[in-house]
Design a binder for this molecule. Structure first.
Ligand code: TRP
Length: 446
């Protein structure tokens, strides 16, 4: 006899888990460098509009598909459109979960190792910060070992189940994350000269905006909200039928956006106060910030808190990525949760090894880029937009927007999806994604 499928123990458990999935490296590491390189406040405004117009409708759609079917990413499409190829959308999602986690865990491993580098003193005031970072990510062993440690923790949590693993972990980790973030914001805002950083994120200069940055905002919105790959379908599938979709979805989007903005307030005031460049790019969190911490009072403590925060955020996202793949094997092939977590966790670890090594230890290129960059390109430019586009078309035109929305609304909810939802999910969302995807690919290969 198969054990009955688990359900979240409460609505708060779902919100914490889904917000845990959404809040990740994307909110802190990626958001800060994308904002930094795109001119700050003006970009943030565009980003907020995209979150509302594209992110929120996609969020409620995915949660509704999950709650309706109580199935994994692939099973949900099979249940709603039996004997059609729509299940392939779910398959794209499962593949994306695999691909994303294999390099996400490598970056998470960098973050964990930076906790110890900060404590160990290798990031003191006279350190060569860029040299330490490049040295770390291009070395053969250290990043692979931290990637292994991180994957082991991730698979351990997933093996322990939806309630006993994910639910329990997020109940501890998410409050910890909020506390750490608030401490860092207070430290950053009270540094002399912090005002310039605050202005950078609050005073828009629209001349800084380019078409490119608008495309970047859409990509960032998908990634940060964990959309386009069945992650929210999977988490939504553990909701009780009576639980509301529009309100819960709004909580998740609001928490994710709030954390991203707070991360901005933790990072930019300090960067400006200590005279660093906000447009440092992908190295912002690992090169600029350690330098910032090294030159501020109490820097070791705040540096450690920052990398603990980043690692926790990464962990609650990593478990959601693994869960997409594991839920599929458990639902569709009756694998035990332990077996699925172990086998898939190890396979993802193994794919992550060449990804990590391709950063410099060995030369391993695919499509003209290091394997690591290729995996990131694959998810960002192809898997997530394609998955999101097809999910929107499915919900809007196949299952139909009206049915999706009527199903999602419950009497308990404060937010009611109305005709505006239909317009967004049928036309605006798919067209916006298609445009972004096409321009993104043209840009990449021209
Ligand atoms: N949202 C997470 C972040 O911001 C990453 C993530 C978790 C994700 N699950 C996902 C991204 C599903 C895309 C799809 O770091």
């Amino acid at each position: 006899m198969k054990a009955p499928r688990e359900l979240w123990t409460s609505r708060v458990a779902f919100i914490l888990a889904a917000a845990g999935s959404a809040v990740g490296l994307g909110n802190i590491w990626r958001f800060s460098y994308v904002v930094g390189t795109n001119g700050g406040a003006a970009f943030i405004i565009v980003y907020l509009i995209i979150i509302a117009v594209i992110g929120y409708p996609m969020m409620v759609t995915e949660i509704a598909l999950g709650r309706k079917t109580h199935k994994n990413a692939i099973g949900a499409f099979k249940a709603l459109a039996p004997n059609t190829p729509w299940w392939l959308v779910g398959a794209l999602g499962v593949l994306a979960g695999f691909v994303i986690l294999s390099f996400y865990s490598v970056v998470a491993g960098w973050s964990v190792s930076y906790i110890f580098k900060t404590i160990g003193g290798s990031l003191g005031a006279d350190a060569d910060f860029a040299g330490v970072f490049v040295g770390h990510i291009t070395s053969a062993w250290a990043p692979v070992i931290w990637h292994a440690v991180f994957m082991a923790i991730t698979l351990g949590i997933i093996a322990a189940g939806v309630v006993g693993g994910i639910g329990r972990a997020v109940r501890i980790l998410m409050p910890a994350l909020f506390v750490l973030l608030i401490i860092l914001v207070l430290r950053s805002l009270t540094l002399p000269g912090a005002g310039a950083g605050v202005a950078f994120i609050l005073q828009p200069d629209f001349s800084e905006l380019t078409a490119q940055s608008i495309l970047g905002a859409v990509g960032q919105a998908f990634f940060t909200l964990s959309l386009g790959m069945g992650c929210m379908i999977t988490y939504g599938s553990y909701l009780n039928d009576k639980d509301d979709v529009p309100d819960n979805g709004a909580w998740v989007v609001a928490l994710d956006t709030g954390v991203a903005l707070l991360a901005g307030f933790a990072i930019f005031p300090a960067v400006f106060a200590l005279g660093f460049d906000p447009a440092a790019g992908a190295g912002l969190a690992f090169i600029t910030l350690p330098a910032v911490f090294a030159s501020m009072p109490g820097g070791v403590l705040f540096g450690v808190l920052f990398f603990v925060l980043l690692s926790i955020a990464a962990l609650t996202s990593a478990i959601s990525l693994l869960e997409v793949v594991v839920a599929w094997l458990v639902d569709e092939y009756d694998w035990s949760r332990k077996k699925a977590s172990l086998i898939i966790g190890v396979l993802i670890f193994l794919v992550g090894v060449p990804a990590s090594l391709s950063n410099g230890a060995i030369s391993f290129n695919i499509a003209g880029m290091p394997f690591f960059d290729f995996l990131d390109f694959l998810q960002e430019s192809i898997l997530l937009p394609l998955g999101g586009l097809l999910t929107a078309v499915f919900a809007g035109h196949v299952w139909t927007a009206k049915k999706t929305r009527e199903y999602a609304n419950t009497e308990r909810g404060k937010i009611v999806l109305g005709g505006w939802y239909d317009v967004l999910i049928k036309y605006i969302v798919p067209i916006a994604i298609a445009v972004v995807m096409i321009f993104g690919l043209i840009d990449k290969f021209s």
